[in-house]
Ligand binder design. Structure first.
Ligand code: AHM
Ligand code: MG
Length: 336
């Protein structure tokens, strides 16, 4: 069997004029950084990388050592290549400036360096989520890149992807025409194309939500989950199964593999937080991937990719996965 590596796939995309060469380099570098993160994650207790760092991020969350390390790996890999105008991440308050000695490029890279980090110490799958935008042509930040350059709707993403560090390390990527999955071949040191055309089935009998927040949910989500739990005897007329890994990357990967619905709704725990997940580096890239695989993604009311961001670390409710179920829960919100 002839194996198509990520590099070969990207070269062919560039040859057929689908993907500009500088975007190809950018994806290659992100993939290389993900390989390095995968290596660090896999060391576990042997690498001294488990546990918390003595720091909090801008959102007041205690950072794990691997959150900080993964962020540094992505910054260092990407800052010198000349394809980026700047970067932003869950772990940094504001936009990261490309150091003055390096050339700048046309793209912006946004990432969650290690999603699901509460799972690191218990040896459950975690991942890196990334989104690529163009730096606005008319951007004039006087040499300083402000957060405002990143505030573009998800429809303007030119690429999105994630790496999952699980029993296998995989890179799942969309350049805007379908979703490809690459598995890391550790002997070869390369990501190899293993999933040609990832698709989310339109219907499903599996859902994912953190049920412990049930008492804080809004009425449409309560109604919908009550109906799911009522099973065959209820209004939906079928039995549903539930899975909750608490790593968005792992939950989304399951949905891309066998269908399902992922929900992180708004809840009443903290009125200043409209949901837990962040728009720019969690909801938007995952929404692009899911839509490109034939699924749907909304915030309960509108398509996630249409949301006009107002801040870098903005949070949104998320409903994504199999189209029929996303449409149903969205219609319950609209009827409310
Ligand atoms: P993180 O980026 O700080 O790791 O948080 C995001 C994670 C998602 O991966 C996951 O879906 C969710 O938060 C888990 O939330 P909960 O702690 O409510 O289970
Ligand atoms: Mg995250």
């Amino acid at each position: 069997m002839s194996r198509v590596t990520l590099s070969r796939y990207l070269i062919e995309e560039t040859r057929s004029n689908h993907t500009p060469a500088d975007l190809r380099f950018l994806i290659e570098v992100v993939a290389r950084a993900c390989k390095a993160i995968s290596h660090q994650v896999s060391k576990g207790a042997l690498g001294g990388v488990l546990g918390s760092a003595d720091s909090e991020n801008v959102q007041g969350e205690v950072q794990k050592k691997l959150d900080v390390l993964s962020n540094e790996i992505l910054l260092e890999a990407n800052e010198w290549g000349g394809h980026l105008a700047g970067m932003a991440s869950e772990e940094m308050d504001h936009a990261y400036q490309i150091p003055g000695q390096y050339p700048k490029g046309a793209y912006l890279l946004v990432f969650d360096p290690l999603d699901g980090s509460s799972n690191i110490d218990v040896n459950v799958s975690v991942g890196t989520i990334f989104s690529v935008l163009r730096c606005p042509d008319d951007y004039d930040g006087d040499g300083h890149l402000g957060d405002d350059a990143f505030l573009q709707s998800g429809t303007r993403q030119v690429a999105a992807g994630y790496a999952i560090y699980g029993p296998q390390t995989m890179l799942v990527l969309t350049l805007g025409y379908g979703v490809k999955g690459f598995t890391l071949d550790r002997e070869l040191g390369s990501f190899v194309l293993t999933h040609e055309d990832m698709q989310v089935p339109a219907s499903t009998a599996e859902f994912a939500i953190n049920m412990s927040n049930q008492r804080h949910w809004e009425a449409p989500v309560k109604r919908y989950v009550d109906e799911l739990l009522a099973g065959k005897q209820g209004p939906l007329g079928k039995n549903y199964n539930m899975r909750w890994i608490a790593s968005m990357v792992a939950d989304v990967h399951r949905i891309l593999t066998r269908g399902g619905l992922f929900m992180y709704p708004r809840d009443g725990r903290d009125p200043s937080m409209p949901g837990k997940l962040r728009l720019m580096y969690e909801a938007n890239p995952m929404a692009m991937i899911i839509e490109q695989a034939g699924g749907a993604a909304t915030d309960g009311v509108q398509r996630i990719l249409d949301i006009e961001p107002t801040s870098l670390h903005q949070r949104v409710p998320v409903f994504l996965g199999s189209r029929e179920e996303v449409e149903r829960v969205t219609s319950y919100h609209r009827a409310d």
